[in-house]
Design a protein around this ligand. Structure first.
Ligand code: NOJ
Length: 562
């Protein structure tokens, strides 16, 4: 396995709007992040992924970019960004920017010109089509609800937007569009960043015929089969690699919703020169019911989750490809609420999940607050929501008469809404959890008195301290980065177990994924000589790997052996 810095890195994702507010306007900002670089250092992470900080009208919190070369006013100025980068680099923390190549804001200069007339050279930067009689050009649906087409008065045509109507899709088949985007990426690279996270990057190539989709897609929206992993996507990734990444030691991380395993494995096959790693979505969509985000998640079995994580590892390992591991981010429910137990066993399950994240193969991505065991939010009224996706879909259902009141969908919103992950970082038990002196743009979770950085720092058994230990263990034991990955007990519904192995040492991770006790006979392949317990989330006397272990609820153990 070829050594690369980004394989050894532990990544911390920062959602700037909700991280730390330095000027009291209720919105997190870049100087606020800079104030917390000490904290990042204390945690031990090596790489920060910053969600978009570009100039934006914020219809989708920065994923609608108005100017790719300017910093969003609310977050500060270019100087603040430069100071942040310097401060991070001074501590040997690298920085990855979030790049949004699939769409711009409708307020972007290109789109403003594009919508003016059919003749402008910018027309072909986007997808413009005549309507089908009174109907939109095809039946594709926006991922945020409603048609994916918006009628535009000046030229009486429709434009395509897979996300909100303020996020028109760029036409990647136009070589000028591609060159413009590569130029912007190179401009940022020259400012000294260490790579990009590429937003919905496997949506960039659409079937040129834009055909009607007879079926509902996996998120309940029509059209996805004509733009997910589309016809020219590999060619464009290779071109982007040549134009931007080839001569640099920078990382390309693709966000690839609904990616097929076949294409995903190709994206990260090092011999193809496309991307370095991708966020696949199978383990964050497998619990969706038919009603999508407006139904409770379906019951799932641990064997299903294991099968997904194991399958991606097995397939990518065939070509020497790498995985990005995540259990939460700014679009997903809080990890402990979704995969663990946010009641009685909150701490234990948050730690068990942390152990999974940091000892399984691949680069681990920690989402802000996850290292405290932060939970979902108890929303009780639509006015508490800020996310365009939740609000737009709720309004649409109301209009269609499918729901009358928020109460009817409260539980679903409390589980799925992206705002669960976007409540402010909990720094202390002070007002607004120490996030802002002003009025926070979104409510702070009422559990801030129990869950916050200040408390977690003081308590040696906290979730935060457990993350710190795991991160330093990963740095001390190369086997946790480059060792082979082999899962065991594949059909067990309570225990997640795997081995990492190199020529020098081996480790065994065992997690009880249930709130029940469980006795387990340890398979021979999971143990050897000189075994030693490296970390556990319960006090334990079994310092060596014994034949039978009695696991307590959500108990997690990491052993090393020869
Ligand atoms: C994926 C991002 O993670 C999400 O937050 C955003 O809404 C969509 N892409 C559209 O850019």
């Amino acid at each position: 396995m070829k050594k690369e810095w980004w394989k050894e890195a532990v990544v911390y994702q920062i959602y700037p709007r909700s991280f730390n507010d330095s000027d009291g306007d209720g919105i997190g900002d870049l100087p606020g992040i800079r104030e917390k670089v000490d904290y990042l250092d204390y945690l031990g992470i090596d790489l920060v992924w910053l969600n978009p900080v570009y100039d934006s009208p914020n219809d989708d919190n920065g994923y609608d970019v108005r100017n790719y070369r300017k910093i969003m006013d609310e977050f500060g100025e270019m100087r603040d960004w430069e100071q942040l980068l310097d401060e991070l680099h001074r501590r040997n923390i690298r920085l990855v920017m979030d790049f949004v190549p699939n769409h711009t804001s409708d307020e972007h200069r290109w789109f403003r010109q594009s919508r003016e007339s059919k003749e402008t050279p910018y027309r072909d930067y986007y997808f413009w089509r005549k309507g089908n009689g009174e109907e939109p050009p095809n039946n594709w649906e926006s991922i945020f609800g409603g048609s994916a087409w918006e009628f535009d008065d000046p030229t009486s045509e429709y434009y395509l937007h897979l996300f909100s109507r303020k996020q028109p899709d760029l036409n990647w088949d136009n070589p000028e569009v591609r060159q413009e985007l590569y130029e912007i990426m190179n401009w940022w690279m020259e400012k000294g960043i260490d790579g990009f996270r590429l937003d919905v990057v496997n949506f960039i190539s659409k079937d040129p015929d834009l055909p009607d989709d007879p079926e509902k897609g996996p998120y309940g929206s029509r059209g996805s089969k004509y733009y997910v992993d589309g016809p020219n996507v590999h060619r464009y990734f290779q071109e982007m690699n040549r134009e931007v990444f080839a001569d640099r030691d920078a990382v390309a991380i693709g966000e690839t919703p609904l990616v097929s395993t076949e294409d995903g494995v190709k994206y990260v096959d090092p011999s193809r020169n496309e991307l370095d790693m991708i966020f696949q979505f199978d383990h964050v969509t497998f619990d969706l019911n038919e009603g999508g985000f407006w139904a409770q998640p379906r019951d799932w079995k641990l064997t299903e989750l294991k099968e997904i994580l194991n399958r991606w590892r097995k397939l990518t390992s065939k070509t020497g490809g790498w995985n990005a591991t995540y259990l939460s981010n700014h679009d997903q429910p809080r990890m402990v609420t979704r995969f663990g137990n946010d009641g009685e066993f909150r701490r234990e399950s948050a730690k068990a999940l942390a152990m999974l994240l940091l000892t399984i193969s691949g680069t681990p991505f920690i989402y802000q607050g996850e290292e405290l065991g932060m939970t979902n939010y108890p929303f009780s009224d639509i006015s508490e929501l800020r996310d365009v996706q939740t609000i737009q879909q709720f309004n649409e259902m109301k209009q269609k008469g499918k729901v009358e009141s928020f109460d009817e969908v409260k539980e679903e919103v409390r589980f799925w809404s992206r705002d669960n992950a976007r409540t402010p970082m909990q720094w202390s038990s002070e007002e607004n959890a120490g996030f802002t002196d002003g009025d926070s743009w979104i409510n702070v979770n009422p559990n801030k008195d129990q869950i916050n950085v200040e408390r977690e720092k003081e308590d040696e058994n906290s979730v935060l301290q457990f993350y710190r230990k795991l991160i330093s263990l990963r740095n001390e034991h190369e086997v946790l980065v480059y060792g082979s990955y082999k899962p065991f007990l594949k059909s067990d519904e309570e225990i997640f177990a795997f081995r990492r192995k190199s020529s020098k040492e081996a480790t065994t991770t065992m997690l009880n994924f249930s709130a029940e006790k469980k006795d387990l006979t340890i398979p021979d392949e999971l143990t050897g000589t000189e075994s030693e317990l490296l970390l556990s989330n319960y006090p334990t006397r079994d310092s060596e790997l014994s034949d039978v272990i009695s696991f307590r609820p959500y108990e997690a153990r990491l052993y090393k052996w020869q």
